[in-house]
Design a protein around this ligand. Structure first.
Ligand code: NAD
Length: 476
């Protein structure tokens, strides 16, 4: 198998030229300005069929390579991302809205190459389950075939890599269906990766819901990796049933953070802030409800207000900004309505909550809301934007009960200066990951997945690789 040498784009326009639509296309606008960023192809289910056929034809030769050979290609793909890092980050910033600076666009592109390299490096040996002298049995992980990946608009490049890297490493080929809000970022990333990969392993089909639906019921797709809302995850479970597809579902969350009464509010304020406001709150595993004890309530609120004042929001291309706009009007409306409802219920807005309706772009100010009830919609629903409700508690048992009161459980966090105490509380929280003194710190080595209606299946690490293989037992 041979590949083209990696080419480096000089500007984001070079990347756009590489993915220029051949047929029907539609404009994609910058959420900070409303101006056109570029045009995305409108792919159809016929394009999907062609991509799946090509990916199926390419899979046997790719699956026949050794792990070491496939890992070598993943490292070359990481080189290609690094060679194009700045134009990729600029395109991402223009299309998604996230600033170049801070834990945003450059960080996301950097995570893509880091995830490729980490995924290349994991050792995956068969699991020997019996070896007693009489019998020997081991579980091997064979390629599944063709993976279909469906993604959201919040971290479009990084989440695509979370799907692409382990799929390829395990000998599968893959067809990616990006969100209709952020197709350019994923098409450009795909073009860059394809410079380093053998032909036809990776296809990006830039379609809408109809293409997502067709992918999840397609007889040529063996597994769907889906990251997006819980409602769409349920639709995918239904449409994939007839072909008994394997599924990894990374769905919506409404992560709780519980502050214990032994913390220093100043010392945790910055990590709390970024736990909640990374990517301007548009993050699945962001801190979305914060429970704070009476004794520290005012101090934690004050420390967060101070932190918010230090974090500039604006056009992502301006290096000064670390927070950006909401990505789209629908998400802006959700955040605005939830904050308005919180205000009318009598909750106290500490900062923000007053968007400038006449300014261009989907900017919603960093908003902190205090003295709010646990059943307020701003607490109980996933806001997915820059508005954090801070709920007061007196008894830790009540805080744990409130944290567990929803039907989702992606991440959560406990904040304490006593690690043993924090671990005891963490063990009682119903979430796929509970971080201690941090929130949302994903790591390619550490498995990640949801509890309850936040989904099932694990990503990352060796557990993530196993999820992209068919287990086969050889017993002798
Ligand atoms: P969404 O569910 O609206 O869309 C996600 C993708 O699904 C898009 O590509 C869309 O075209 C496609 N789609 C829509 N209907 C479909 C159908 N019936 N069949 C197949 N595909 C279909 O989600 P979104 O608004 O893009 O993303 C935000 C949501 O994603 C939030 O709830 C967030 O918490 C969640 N999310 C979860 C994780 C995680 O790891 N758990 C990560 C990021 C985002």
């Amino acid at each position: 198998m041979s590949t083209q040498p990696a080419t480096a784009a000089a500007t984001y326009q070079d990347l756009l030229a590489r993915i220029a639509p051949q047929g029907e296309s539609r404009p994609i606008n910058d959420p900070a300005t409303g101006q056109e960023v570029g045009r995305a192809p409108v792919h159809t289910t016929a394009d999907l069929d062609a991509a799946v056929s090509a990916a199926r034809a390419a899979q046997p030769a790719w699956g026949a390579l050794s792990h070491a050979e496939r890992s070598d290609y993943l490292n070359r793909a990481a080189d290609a991302v690094e060679a194009n890092a700045e134009p990729l980050a600029e395109l991402l910033s223009r299309e998604q809205g996230k600033p170049l600076n801070g834990p945003n666009a450059r960080f996301e592109v950097g995570a893509c190459s880091a995830w490729l390299r980490a995924t290349a490096a994991f050792e995956l040996d068969p699991d020997v389950v019996v070896d007693d002298g009489d019998s020997h049995a081991a579980i091997h992980y064979r390629p599944l075939g063709v993976v279909g990946a469906i993604g959201p608009w919040n971290w479009p490049m990084m989440i695509s890599i979370w799907q692409i890297a382990p799929s390829l490493r395990m000998g599968n080929t893959i067809v990616v269906k990006p969100s209709e809000y952020t197709p350019l970022s994923v098409l450009a990333l795909g073009a860059v990766l394809n410079d380093a990969l053998p032909a036809d392993l990776l296809h990006v089909v830039s379609g809408g819901r109809d293409v997502g639906e067709a992918l999840s019921s397609h007889p040529g797709i063996d597994k769907v990796m889906f990251t997006g809302s819980t409602a769409t995850g349920k639709a995918i479970i239904r449409s994939s049933a007839d072909t008994v597809k394997r599924l990894t579902l990374e769905l919506g969350g409404n992560d709780a953070g519980i502050v214990l009464d032994d913390v220093d509010p100043q010392a945790i304020a910055e990590d709390l802030f970024w736990g909640a406001f990374i990517n301007t709150g548009q993050t699945c595993a962001a801190l979305k409800r914060l429970y704070v004890p009476d004794a520290l309530y005012d101090q934690v609120c004050d420390a967060l207000v101070e932190m918010a004042a230090k974090m500039p929001m604006g056009n992502g291309l301006d290096e000064a900004n670390v927070l950006g706009p909401l990505q789209n009007q629908a998400q802006y409306d959700i955040v605005a309505q939830l904050v308005e409802a919180a205000k009318s219920s009598g909750a106290r807005v500490l900062t923000g909550g007053n968007p400038d309706a006449d300014a261009p772009g989907y900017f919603y100010p960093t908003t902190l809301v205090a003295d709010i009830d646990n059943d307020n919609p701003l607490v109980a629903e996933e806001q997915f934007g820059p508005a954090l409700p801070i709920i007061r508690y007196t008894d830790l048992e009540d805080a744990i009960a409130m944290a567990n009161s929803l039907d989702v459980g992606l991440g959560a966090s406990v904040w304490s200066s006593d690690p043993a105490r924090a671990r005891k509380v963490a063990a009682r929280i119903e979430a796929g990951t509970v971080w201690i003194n941090k929130h949302g710190a994903v790591d390619p080595r550490i498995p990640f997945g949801g509890a309850k209606q936040s989904g099932y299946g694990l990503e990352f690490g060796v557990a993530g690789l196993k999820g992209l293989g068919t287990p086969q037992v050889i017993a002798e």
